[in-house]
Design a protein around this ligand. Structure first.
Ligand SMILES: [Zn+2]
Length: 282
């Protein structure tokens, strides 16, 4: 009985949230990593989605809003809910599994690549090494094909996926600047978007990093908390004539329950949003 009451309250709060999001025109940033053949097979909870779950989540969210590219997400919007889809780390299945589904559903996405991983210098990312799993990286040929695909934007996700929670010029030069330069040379175009490794509020010295990132030439920096962005992505840092926008993203839940998916994606069930002091979420 108690549970039913709670569920009813949750559903009505969710309806209110959707109504308010539609009125206020939010853009929600979504973050995926990789795929698994069967539910729960991946050793890291929340890292992988079964293919059918991924497709179902996108189709469900398409009922509520429009998926836009990162370039469009950074433009002010005038109407409705928008979603900005992204993938972190640079796993091969982003190309082999996700891309055909995105083509089918006509959904654009930003792929944030860990450069030493996709160039073969690093066989495993630190979080995969810790649990002894060896998912494949995108090959250089796949990176090029992705880069020239009309639905894909390539972003940078550091060189080695180190935590950037302390300022060391040498490390940041490698992780934020050299990685960007390598990626631009590899794909033959500018790389303007960066996603913070791990992406929590504690995983970056935000104020120093924004300055550093803007000087490197990035236009946006994506985190992995909050998920909700205002009418325009208005958390902008300006320096000289340049600026950088902070895109909040939500790590996508592993669920095929409609209420949980919407609640989580739209912010109602995001534990960070509920428990972190407001200042961390701005
Ligand atoms: Zn990552």
């Amino acid at each position: 009985m108690k549970q039913t009451m709670k569920q009813r309250l949750y559903r009505s709060a969710l309806k209110g949230l959707i109504r308010s999001a539609r009125r206020k025109h939010f853009t929600f940033g979504l973050c995926y990593h990789r795929f698994e053949e069967a539910l729960g097979q991946d050793p890291i909870p929340g890292m992988a989605h079964p293919v059918e779950m991924f497709r179902w989540q996108l189709e469900t969210l398409q009922e509520f809003g429009r998926f836009v590219s990162i370039g469009e997400a950074l433009q002010p919007q005038h109407k409705g809910i928008r979603f900005m889809l992204s993938f972190d780390d640079g796993y091969a299945d982003n190309y082999t599994i996700a891309l055909p589904i995105l083509e089918e559903l006509e959904i654009p996405a930003c792929f944030y690549l860990t450069t030493d991983f996709v160039r073969g210098k690093l066989k495993q990312l630190p979080h995969d090494l810790a649990v002894g799993c060896t998912p494949k990286a995108l090959s250089p040929a796949q990176v090029k094909k992705l880069a020239s695909h009309p639905l894909a934007t390539i972003g940078c996700h550091s060189a080695t996926h180190k935590r950037l929670d302390d300022f060391w010029r040498k490390v940041w030069d490698e992780e934020l600047v050299a990685s960007d330069k390598w990626l631009e040379e590899a794909i033959g175009e500018e790389v303007l978007d960066f996603a913070v490794p791990y992406g929590g509020p504690e995983d970056l010295v935000w104020h120093s990093a924004r300055r550093y990132l803007v000087e490197t030439g990035y236009r946006s920096v994506a985190s992995n908390f909050g998920g909700k962005n205002g009418t325009r992505i208005d958390d902008v840092y300006q320096l000289g004539g340049k600026s950088i926008s902070h895109i909040h993203r939500v790590p996508m839940p592993v669920t095929m329950d409609r209420t949980t998916l919407l609640g989580w994606t739209l912010g109602l069930a995001n534990p960070l949003e509920r428990f972190l002091p407001k200042r961390y979420l701005d």
